[in-house]
Design a protein around this ligand. Sequence first.
Ligand code: NAP
Length: 484
Amino acid sequence: MVSRVIPVDPFDLVIFGGTGDLARRKILPGLYRRHLDGQMPDDARIIGAARGDMDTDGYRTFVESAVREFVSKKKCNPKVLKSFLERLRFVQLDATGKQGWTDLKDVVRQDIVQAFYFSVGPSLFGPIAERLHTHGIAGPTARIVVEKPFGHDEASARALNASLAKHFDEYQIYRIDHYLGKETVQNLMALRFGNMLFEPLWNAQYVDHIQITVAETVGVEGRGSYYDKSGAMRDMVQNHLMQLLCLTAMEPPSKFEPNAVRDEKLKIIRALDPVATDDIVRGQYRGNDDVASYLEDAETGASTTESFVAMKLQISNWRWNGTPFYLRTGKRMRGRMSEIVVRFKEPPHSIFDEDTGQSANELSIRLQPNEGMDLKVTIKEPGLGGMRLIDVPLDMTFADALGEEAADAPDAYERLIMDVIRGNQTLFMRGDEVEAAWAWTDPIIAGWQDRGDKPKLYDPFSTGPEEALMLLHKDGRRWREIRE
Ligand code: NAP
């Protein structure tokens, strides 16, 4: 397969929080890989900014160790790494103070693409936006990239949008949801809108139900104090699962272009019915001999924050009327697995004997592990003995089907950062989308608080609370297995 790395225009990328965990683990190693692939022009620079006492040499040493730790050995070429480090600068500044801003102005060039990555907590978004403006650092086409969490409810998301909108237009704001940068998520769109095979069946007439699972084996561990204020609903459902739901359920956009796609996603969020109390299950993991419980991890004593949530959703529009969407996400689950499963209806009439084993087609789109898709189809069991039917997967694991290049595909962050440099917002959330997602989420959380709802406990490395299984059992359905 021919590699098609298209170089981007020269740029200055400033990473506020350039010494933080996200920069170290994802952003900087990702940028190194783009450099290695030849996607960065000679004149592209990366400028770390933070309060810590550091200079450019110190920052280069910091970034070198990040690259060595988080990029595979195979890709850590010393010569390439040296040339990557030459792109780096460091500016010491305080996002909420006066220190460092004139230095930053002296470093950032005006006549090229400017991107400012806010890899800091959301309370710093407004102050940074303001200072970029008042110090005349950001030009009229500058882009800013903001990280999740984008607010903790609708009101705070609106306030954040308003604080950014004072200094930047919507076309300059890139709200990251790294799930949208995953190869398979974009493949979902290629599958739906680049083929004739699926879209005619992609509706309530032919689809029995859809499941979206994002399961993790890790607990909250070091993130306890942040997570406990958030919980699975705010941390995962409002953003990642909602985005996956939108891309699965939306109408075909007229073009693969930012506002066309985001308009269709927004329509789905607005068409979601409120969730009935018994259509949602919250859970919290117990501990065992090997791992701590949620309460021990969060170090909060008697927290009622959920580390698991499962729910049944209905979308009130023509396409999906009567087809439920089941969503679940949790920590300390049996396996690390993210997938979207479209379960089709059974054929309306069977010409085979009842005990031949016929069942429904199932299309599963795996985000992790082993990004890929498989389609379960029914065939005749080979051999003699009459017509017996079995299900076989038509499996397309990208790494198997497309070779090394698919296995080495850029990760979500690197793809999204290159989209920022190109000025393509298709895979970023628009402000009204984020607000609408919170407007749908808020009443659910408020209901839990009003009722004093306590999460159901579940065993670590299980499939979550029993009640989550019942959510589908009572509809005569069952969840796809979470593989270890
Ligand atoms: P972190 O490890 O705490 O790093 C924060 C960074 O911000 C450091 O470089 C820190 O350096 C800098 N900083 C803090 N206060 C500052 C100020 N007043 N002025 C200038 N710089 C300041 O945080 P993180 O984990 O990298 O997360 C960054 C953002 O990404 C957060 O919003 C987080 O929610 C989000 N996020 C993180 C992850 C992840 O995997 N880590 C995943 C998704 C989203 P100094 O203290 O030296 O200033």
